[in-house]
Design a protein around this ligand. Structure first.
Ligand SMILES: [Ca+2]
Length: 269
């Protein structure tokens, strides 16, 4: 009987605890949402060799092609499969790449971009690996045109109307803060012609040590060669999900502690 009475008396207290729990859960959810959306819209620029407005050069020396033919050989001779690699360094709060951009020349004219199947983004831990395989050991993502890939025509330095800024939504998680190597390739049918990656004209260009990888050496420059050029790539990143979650939890705890402090001081009821 006594147990029943105590149990009945405890009901309002339990309700209070349940309500408090729900409030805390709601606060936590709000914080997670804020942290998630804030991160999605305010990523860090890991590398910008394109600039604003777009600034590229046609290059004075021999061009290093970046054409990647489709995997199926009937489209293009696979010995010309190649890519240009540029280094970038990610710190611990920049481990999820969400946007990559590149300026390409389409030798068939800007309209040729419309014929591209999509774009491949490869990330390597070591550039020498690309001399054997163009598939990134850290990540390799294919972005389909119309689903995360878009192309904008950029001012034309040659009068040939061949240049496009390729913008790609990616979702690449890096495992640790270190230096990686990026390669972006156009995947297009033979009829679209060859695509070349343009040289950087941005004032903030990098360290002029891009690599040109062509495993089967169709261009005769070697499977992997070091250029003395910067190329028109840009990368944006956000903290990878685990870090973002930890950050959000920290924020939630901070807000919770702040609220408790205000309650204790009688500011909040
Ligand atoms: Ca570089």
């Amino acid at each position: 009987m006594l147990t029943k009475i105590i149990s009945v008396l405890m009901i309002p207290f339990r309700r209070h605890l349940l309500e408090k729990k729900r409030t805390r859960c709601f606060e936590l959810l709000c914080c997670l949402c804020i942290a998630f959306f804030t991160n999605r819209t305010s990523g860090a620029v890991l590398m910008d060799q394109i600039g604003t407005p777009v600034n590229y050069t046609l290059g004075l020396g021999p061009k290093k092609p970046s054409q990647i033919s489709p995997v199926t050989p009937e489209f293009f001779d696979p010995s010309f499969d190649s890519t240009v690699l540029e280094d970038f360094t990610a710190n611990s709060s920049e481990l999820q790449l969400f946007h990559v951009a590149a300026v390409f020349e389409a030798q068939g004219g800007f309209a040729s971009f419309a014929g591209a199947f999509g774009y491949r983004v490869d990330v390597f831990s070591d550039p020498s690996l690309a001399g054997t395989s163009l598939v990134g050991d850290v990540a390799s993502q294919f972005i389909v045109v119309g689903s995360g890939a878009s192309v904008t025509q950029v001012p034309d330095l040659s009068g040939l109307a061949e240049y496009g800024l390729v913008s790609l939504d990616v979702n690449i998680n890096l495992t640790s803060p270190e230096t990686y190597w990026l390669g972006v390739s156009v995947i297009a049918p033979f009829e679209s012609g060859i695509f070349f990656l343009e040289h950087s004209g941005a004032a903030t260009a990098g360290n002029a040590d891009a690599r040109f990888a062509n495993p089967e050496d169709g261009f005769g420059l070697g499977a992997l060669s070091t250029t003395d050029l910067d190329y028109a790539y840009a990368i944006e990143a956000i903290p990878e999900p685990a870090s973002a979650l930890l950050g959000a939890l920290g924020l939630a705890m901070l807000l919770g502690s702040r609220k408790r402090s205000l309650v204790n001081r009688g500011v909040l009821g």
